[in-house]
Design a binder for this molecule. Sequence first.
Ligand code: SF4
Length: 229
Amino acid sequence: MTAGTFESDIPIPSEVKNNVFITSLDKIYNWSRRNSMWPMTFGLACCAIEMICAASSRYDMARFGMEVFRATPRQSDLMIVSGTVTKKMVPTIVRLYNQMPEPRYVLSMGACANGGGPFKEGYNVVDGIDKFVPVDVYVPGCPPTPQALIYGLLTLHEKISQQSFTNVPWYSKDDPMAGVFPIPVLGPDLVDLRQVDVIRQEALRTQGLERAAAADAAVSEEIDAEVAA
Ligand code: SF4
């Protein structure tokens, strides 16, 4: 260092100087964000028991600044989807996710949330919450142990450590609706509104096939009647 200044004796290219500044800010942002991540109070099935266990004194998630489970999405940074995701629950999950402020993260805990688990073929279960909200970390297991959940949380910490505020989507002004996910409609089945065009085309195609089949049947009936006469 030159005496009395903050200039280095070694010349530093301007782009690297900028990077040093941004990198330092990123480190501060990421350090504070990952060490004060508040999960939402949100349990769906048996996996939630292990999540509760991870928060209790034996495993003590408080070591990572995560002891404050919030009962409102407005104060939550992390949604832990812990358990079987039924079709009836999906609209609520997406609505809660939309209500969480950015930056927000989703951890999918257990086989059910990851891909339907043992109930994958069930009429009322979806095969993975990642079909509806973006998932940052998947924790396998049925159920995952508290240690596995904590490993998943540390993996999320690592992911956050790699983020830069220069390119994270929540500071982008390009698309203000980018973080809002369509809430699926629960009717006779779950309808994902992002798939409406595909559903409409398929319905038209099916209707067309039905009409063609009906016309074929009518023609066949006429031919049969003529033959009989
Ligand atoms: S993954 Fe296993 S333990 Fe977890 S909710 Fe599904 S059935 Fe229960």
